[in-house]
Design a protein around this ligand. Structure first.
Ligand SMILES: O=P(O)(O)OC[C@H]1O[C@H](OP(=O)(O)OP(=O)(O)O)[C@H](O)[C@@H]1O
Ligand code: HPA
Ligand SMILES: [Mg+2]
Length: 184
């Protein structure tokens, strides 16, 4: 069913699993002895956070925040809204934000600014994908799975019109498919 929507698979399940393992090992080293709190940025970060957390061999906590700037569009509106806030205080904690993708950087810029005011001991970012050429604000993640060109990508948490988040790999959708869905 998904096949009809795919132009090209960018990262296979195996590519992703290997990268997640590598990132998990690095984070395990870097956060040893710290009070690690993973903050998943919903909804896109859910699959990555779930897999990544299993590869971090440390006691850690998790919390979730939901923000939105895209809605059903493939272009950021530039206006970021908190749809669901964290359940707990992050004061004194070593916070690692887990994102599926950094595109313009507007979502993260807003989140970093907002979370910084809550006095975490440290605040860093781990993203599966990064599109550095699309950046409109200056921002570099401490941990990044793959740097990609300016493609709209879908799968492994990333949606197109809220669909395909459950696809276990990352793909570029066919332009005809995107156009057809957006016009219907
Ligand atoms: O760097 P930016 O241009 O801000 O784009 C990146 C953000 O946009 C997407 O989320 P979206 O707001 O679409 O919500 P979702 O995670 O629920 O899909 C994605 O998951 C990132 O959070
Ligand atoms: O390439 C993307 N795909 C899906 N959602 C996104 N949000 C920002 N960039 C993207
Ligand atoms: Mg998101």
């Amino acid at each position: 069913m998904v096949e009809g929507a795919i132009d090209r698979v960018l990262f296979s399940e195996k590519d992703i699993a290997e990268k997640v393992e590598e990132l998990g090992k690095q984070i395990t080293k870097d956060y040893k002895g710290k009070d690690l709190l993973l903050v998943c940025v919903l909804k896109g970060g859910i699959l990555f956070m779930s897999d990544l957390s299993k590869k971090i061999d440390l006691p850690l906590k998790m919390d979730f925040i939901a923000v939105s700037s895209y809605g059903d569009s493939t272009v950021s509106s530039g206006v970021v809204k908190i749809l669901k806030d964290l359940d707990t205080s992050i004061e004194g904690k070593d916070v690692l934000i887990v994102e599926d993708i950094i595109d313009s950087g507007l979502t993260l810029k807003y989140l970093l600014g907002n979370l910084k005011t809550r006095k975490p001991a440290s605040l860093k970012v781990c993203t599966l994908l990064d599109k550095p050429k699309r950046r409109t604000v200056d921002l570099t993640p401490e941990y990044c799975g793959f740097s990609i060109e300016n493609h709209f990508v879908v799968g492994y948490g990333l949606d197109f019109m809220q669909m395909f988040r459950n696809v276990p790999y990352v793909f570029i959708p066919k332009q005809e498919y995107v156009d057809k869905m957006q016009s219907s």
